[in-house]
Write a protein that binds this ligand. Structure first.
Ligand code: ATP
Ligand SMILES: Nc1nc2c(ncn2[C@@H]2O[C@H](COP(=O)(O)O)[C@@H](O)[C@H]2O)c(=O)[nH]1
Length: 185
């Protein structure tokens, strides 16, 4: 089997991190940690959930792709992915749809893209239930990036696995099939 990067994308709150953790726990698929200038949420740990950066330190890294999302910078580095691929064949990464398009363009079939989707009301409830500050949830929901990522972009159509993440058991079953198809190839 060759190298693969499972790119998990979709709007904020659709369950991308949850699925990357499922892949790690069930299949030992490590997660490429990305960089951000936003502040950590309660319970988030530097170097585990993100490399948390200031505006100054963020500029010093080399990025494969970077975006601005809801007022903060986010970026993923080639070095982190290459370091993973030295040790394992398959890794996962969680990015917005602009990032997923960059991975698709750069890696083609090596990028296995999973687009998670949900209706707006369900996502908003999940973000609030996650404990996000209600003002921040509102700001995020109003952001152009959030609205954009609720719908699969044209560049990823027919190149992604689309999953409606309503019930976690059904989503995990679909993810299991994707992993098996990668491992068998
Ligand atoms: N199928 C599901 N059913 C119910 N709750 C879910 C499901 N999947 C994820 N969740 C919950 O929804 C919340 C948002 O999930 P998660 O943090 O994984 O989303 P995300 O897409 O990574 O968000 P963000 O992009 O903002 O980091 C979490 O509290 C998570 O436990
Ligand atoms: N294009 C990229 N998107 C990224 C990266 N790291 C995270 N993200 C995405 O940003 C939003 C907001 O994340 P949050 O943790 O503040 O809720 C979400 O869609 C993430 O998937 C990255 O390096 N590049």
């Amino acid at each position: 089997m060759g190298k693969k990067i499972i790119v998990i994308t979709g709007a904020s709150g659709t369950g991308k991190t949850t699925i990357s953790q499922y892949l790690k726990e069930k299949y030992n698929i490590p997660i490429v940690i990305t960089h951000t200038t936003r502040l950590p949420r309660v319970g988030e740990v530097d170097g585990v959930d993100y490399h948390f950066e200031t505006d100054e330190t963020f500029k010093k890294n080399h990025y494969l792709e970077q975006v601005e999302y809801s007022g903060y910078h986010y970026g993923s580095s080639q070095e982190s992915l290459n370091a993973m691929w030295k040790n394992v064949d398959v890794a996962s990464i969680v990015v917005d749809t602009a990032g997923a398009i960059s991975y698709e363009k750069k890696y083609g079939d090596l990028a296995v893209i999973i687009f998670l989707k949900l209706d707006l009301d369900t996502v908003a409830n999940r973000l609030r239930d996650r404990g996000d500050d209600p003002d921040r949830v509102q700001r995020r929901i109003n952001s152009d990036e959030f609205k954009r990522d609720l719908v699969i972009p044209v560049e990823l159509r027919n190149k992604s696995y689309e999953i409606v993440n309503k019930t976690i058991e059904k989503t995990e079953e679909k993810v299991d099939k994707i992993v098996k198809s990668i491992i068998i190839k």
